[in-house]
Write a protein that binds this ligand. Structure first.
Ligand code: GLN
Length: 501
């Protein structure tokens, strides 16, 4: 295995700028790594080797001409397969989009290309990003590099596992209820959900538009910050995109200092239902922040107890409307009924029946029911009220604390099949991540250590809307203190590598 694999994006950027390595070498090393380990991990649904190497050659040529290049130019990346890529098949993990070649790039992809970052391939996910394990992918699950008998989290298990098993230094994820942060937690990687509107959603195949957010997946807090800087910024193609200058998240990581900061422990996100080793790891990390001069306060957000219920009304409601575009006419799969007349309605029914998996069908049915006349106020209306209460809880908590913290997920990675037949048990994985999506506030997960079962635990940092910088600051300090304690990065110390190092 090349030493370029496993090197952070920040260090690769330095080596590239100093012309100690070329982007072609770095890109080839990662493509080789994918070939070596992804048969077992299945983080990628497909790679784009020729296009990635061509992009790398262009960056190398520009550099040798002495052109000024963006910081991450030449650093390769993988992209979750619900983010559209021009000319490269994009399926969102669903049979209904199998074979669909997008005619355009998502804004984040346009930005990656403009930044000179070769795209290695597209990563696996639960179908339409519905799930917490990637077991709902129509193309088979991704395996957790820590233990290939276990799930890598979801829906973005592919992006997290790709980064954890050193197939890519960076990846793009999407987080509607935790799909960047929860996979980060269970694979020992870093995942960030930016403030709603902070990163353009144009070209993200919508799950629930008022909750969806694209964000970075990385092995270090600094790498996540550097990628966030590439992705963020106003986009006229997304009407919810924020029009505000992008702060230097990486500078916040570098000057990280928590002395005098108030860190709020959310009472409702911990305790009962959280695995013992998850709690212990969380407490240890909290102790380190206190030793570094932070003031730890307890805060209560009572409405968070209703977040999961509200989410599973709002999400299916929006999803049922967003998924109506998959009708057998416009994209991907089209199935005509085998007998009887070929009417539009019958083609739609046949296509959706064959093209959507069980979880997607379940949510479409839930969503249409919640929106139907006579039930709308009772379900959707009540859920929207809960959403407002959650926003108020956040606002009150942020009066008392600069950031809020909790474990990212209640348990470590579970075994395949363990929760597949029990949708409610699957939904509970996101109990700690969902409130931030409902409120539009930013959140990130970074590894805080391993549990009693030897599996990684995630530590979640939440900040007020538009204060993403603050969570980078706190996470930067925590990462440094933890690495001093472990004598290196968690993935390296535990030799996690998808079976190869
Ligand atoms: N696991 C959650 C769900 O199934 C979150 C999904 C997501 O963030 N895309 O809805």
């Amino acid at each position: 295995m090349s030493t370029l694999v496993g090197t952070t994006a920040a260090e690769l950027a330095r080596l590239l700028a100093a012309r100690e390595v070329s982007s072609v070498e770095v890109t080839r090393a990662h493509l080789d790594r994918i070939a070596e380990v992804d048969g077992e991990i299945h983080a990628h649904l497909r790679t784009a080797a020729a296009e990635a190497l061509a992009a790398a050659e262009r960056v190398d040529a520009a550099r040798s001409r002495g052109e000024g290049l963006p910081l991450l130019a030449g650093v390769p990346i993988s992209v979750k397969d619900n983010v559209v890529t021009r000319g490269l098949e994009t399926t969102a993990g669903s049979r209904i989009l199998e074979g669909w070649i997008p005619p355009y790039d998502a804004t984040v992809v346009t930005r990656l290309r403009a930044a000179g970052m070769p795209i290695l391939g597209k990563t696996n996910l639960d179908e339409f990003a519905m799930g917490s394990s990637t077991e709902h992918s129509a193309f088979g699950p991704t395996r957790n590099p820590w233990d290939t008998g276990r799930i890598p989290g979801g829906s973005g298990g592919g992006s997290a596992a790709a980064v954890a098993s050193l197939q890519a230094p960076l990846a793009i994820g999407s987080d509607t209820g935790g799909s960047i942060r929860q996979p980060g937690a269970v694979t020992g990687t870093v995942g960030v959900k930016p403030t709603y509107g902070g990163v353009s959603r144009y070209g993200l195949i919508a799950l629930a538009s008022s909750l969806d957010q694209i964000g970075p997946v990385a092995r270090t807090v600094e790498d996540a910050a550097l990628l966030h800087e590439v992705l963020a910024g106003h986009d006229p193609l997304d009407s919810t995109s924020l029009d505000a200058p992008v702060p230097s998240f990486s500078a916040a990581v570098r000057d990280a200092d928590v002395a005098g900061m108030r860190i709020g422990v959310v009472r409702e996100l911990g305790g009962e239902g959280y695995q013992e080793g998850v709690r212990a790891s969380f407490e240890t990390a909290l102790g380190l922040l206190a030793d570094a001069g932070a003031e730890i306060v307890e805060v209560s957000c009572p409405s968070f107890d209703y977040a999961l219920a509200a989410y599973y009304l709002i999400l299916p409601a929006e999803a049922s409307s967003n998924l109506a575009r998959f009708d057998g006419m416009r994209f991907g799969l089209r199935i005509e009924p085998s007998d009887g007349p070929v009417t539009a309605e019958r083609v739609m029914a046949a296509t959706r029946g064959a093209g959507f998996g069980d979880e997607v069908k379940r949510r479409i049915i839930l969503g249409t029911h919640a929106l139907s006349a006579g039930y709308f106020d009772a379900y959707y209306g009540s859920a929207q009220k809960v959403r407002t209460l959650i926003q108020r809880d956040f606002a009150a908590a942020f009066e008392r604390a600069d950031v809020l913290v909790s474990p990212t997920a209640p348990t470590t990675a579970f075994r395949f099949g363990e929760k597949l037949d029990d949708p409610l048990a699957m939904y509970l994985n996101d109990i700690a991540t969902i409130p931030a999506n409902l409120a539009g506030t930013p959140g990130m997960s970074l590894p805080s250590g391993v549990s009693e079962d030897g599996l990684p635990v995630g530590f979640q940092v939440l900040a007020p809307a538009h204060e993403d910088e603050r969570m980078y600051r706190v996470s930067g300090v925590l990462e440094r203190l933890l690495e001093e304690r472990w004598g290196g990065r968690l993935l390296d110390v535990h030799g996690v590598n998808g079976g190869a190092r």
